[in-house]
Design a protein around this ligand. Structure first.
Ligand SMILES: C[C@](O)(CO)[C@H](O)COP(=O)(O)OP(=O)(O)OC[C@H]1O[C@@H](n2ccc(N)nc2=O)[C@H](O)[C@@H]1O
Ligand SMILES: Nc1ncnc2c1ncn2[C@@H]1O[C@H](COP(=O)(O)OP(=O)(O)OP(=O)(O)O)[C@@H](O)[C@H]1O
Length: 292
């Protein structure tokens, strides 16, 4: 096989709490990650020239060793003791610096795609170990769906998949650096923690409409972005069951009862944000599009 194409989704944090700081400087989180139907598409091709090359449809994306996809390929080839020449093309649709895990998702897609392309037959555990070295959010994307995520992001407990709930995802101008967001978490004096255990208990029992109102994100208080507050208000005014910032920000997601309500909210948001799209929660994650 010389070429493989994969599609890889974005994620939202249905709920996200930071519960401690580790000796290595990383933080321990308690979160529920949910894959959502916004995708990047990656094409990996075996080439004769050794080394890793990268191209992207997003001209602002670093196409070098700063790219998470490049780092994932480098680590995978080293772990697999392979020296094949690989070209990675990224068709970028997931907004960056949004809290949607776009870079992390690309990294996971590269690990899974190389495992198929090079016929390495690595176990999911092996792939997760490589993913955890690439970034905290990367392991989740190897399985996707609805997942209780803890530790630094490497401890994964599958939860019953959510149904295809209508969602709106919107982002204003602000981009948030994840390290800066964590530094602000450390400075919170009186944090109000979401009740993650209660959310997970509801989700384990399929009671997702009971879980949704209990969700929260500690990064909202830490980053305190006015445009996040505005977007949340518009979503709630348009009938959202919940509206929360995802990850370290700055995108906001709203969950609606019907696709029509979601579309109406998306149309209303286009007047005030850079980016608004309707999508649905997903049971799956990385999908093979084609092999040749
Ligand atoms: C905020 C979340 O997106 C929630 O899903 C993740 O915790 C962040 O995951 P991520 O963007 O993949 O983070 P990485 O790229 O691995 O780390 C970026 C920086 O964020 C901080 N970081 C990240 C994850 C974590 N559990 N604790 C941290 O303190 C560290 O300063 C790290 O150097
Ligand atoms: N393949 C990639 N796709 C997107 N961003 C990338 C990629 N590789 C490196 N980056 C850089 O990584 C940074 C974080 O990207 P990413 O999209 O994962 O952040 P995010 O949307 O905030 O996700 P998270 O939920 O992990 O915080 C971006 O600012 C970008 O410059």
């Amino acid at each position: 096989m010389r070429e493989i194409q994969v599609r890889t989704p974005a994620k939202v944090n249905l709920t996200l709490d930071v519960v401690g700081k580790r000796d290595d400087g990383y933080h321990s989180i308690e979160s529920v990650f949910q894959a959502v139907g916004i995708y990047d598409a990656l094409t990996l091709t075996r080439v004769d020239t050794p080394g890793i090359t990268l191209s992207s449809t997003n001209k602002y994306l670093p196409c070098n060793q700063k790219n998470i996809a490049y780092q994932a390929a480098q680590l995978f080839l080293k772990h697999a003791h392979r020296w094949d020449g690989i070209h990675i093309h990224i068709e970028k649709h997931i907004p960056s610096q949004a809290g949607l895990g776009g870079g992390s998702s690309d990294g996971a897609a590269v690990i899974a795609a190389l495992n198929w392309l090079l016929g390495c037959r690595m176990s999911l555990q092996e792939q997760c170990e490589i993913a955890a070295q690439v970034g905290a959010d990367v392991p989740f994307f190897l399985t996707g769906g609805t997942m209780h995520v803890s530790g630094m992001g490497e401890i994964l407990e599958p939860l019953p998949p959510m149904p295809a709930l209508p969602m709106v995802i919107a982002k204003g101008k602000a981009g948030v650096s994840t390290p800066e967001a964590y530094r602000r978490i450390d400075q919170l004096t009186d944090p109000v923690h979401p009740d993650t255990a209660r959310v997970i208990d509801f989700l384990r029992n399929g009671r997702y409409w009971d879980a949704i109102p209990e969700c929260g994100n500690l990064f909202e208080a830490a980053t305190n972005l006015e445009e996040v507050t505005q977007i949340k208000q518009i979503m709630m005014d348009m009938g959202a069951q919940c509206a929360l910032m995802t990850g370290s920000g700055s995108a906001v997601f709203g969950i609606f009862d019907t696709g029509l309500m979601a579309q109406k909210c998306c149309n209303a948001l286009h007047a005030v944000v850079l980016y608004a799209v309707t999508c649905k929660t997903l049971k799956h994650s990385i999908r093979i599009v084609s092999r040749s």
